[in-house]
Ligand binder design. Structure first.
Ligand SMILES: [Zn+2]
Length: 117
């Protein structure tokens, strides 16, 4: 379920516009919101009802970052993609909801399996 506010924030992010002051477009909106409003990318994703892995920068900035990660992995500087270094995972509200849906789906599958044997 998305609130009107989440939909509005997502539309701003998709257009590269700051959802707080409506300036832009920016390639990386989160860089602007952090500097100008002290709002991090994680906070923006929460405001938009997105998961922590959702892309909120432009396709161009995302492609540049992906290319850089691949180069660093090829050189052996990075062994796993940035942002997946392990440890305890944390989730945004949208991420928690997705995890809950997955768990419920698996429970239903296991229940069906038990009943068929
Ligand atoms: Zn702004």
């Amino acid at each position: 379920m998305s609130s009107d506010e989440e939909v509005r924030v997502r539309e701003c992010l998709r257009a590269g516009l700051c959802p707080i002051c409506h300036q832009g477009p920016y390639k990386v909106v989160a860089s602007h919101t952090l500097k100008a409003h002290k709002v991090t990318g994680a906070m923006l994703r929460d405001m938009a009802g997105l998961t922590k892995s959702a892309t909120i920068c432009s396709a161009e900035a995302s492609a540049e970052r992906r290319k850089l990660t691949q180069e660093l992995m090829a050189k052996g500087v990075l062994t796993v993609p940035a942002g997946s270094q392990g440890g305890k995972r944390t989730f945004s509200a949208a991420g928690l909801a997705a995890q809950k849906r997955k768990a419920e789906h698996m429970k239903a599958l296991n229940r069906a399996k038990r009943q068929s044997t």
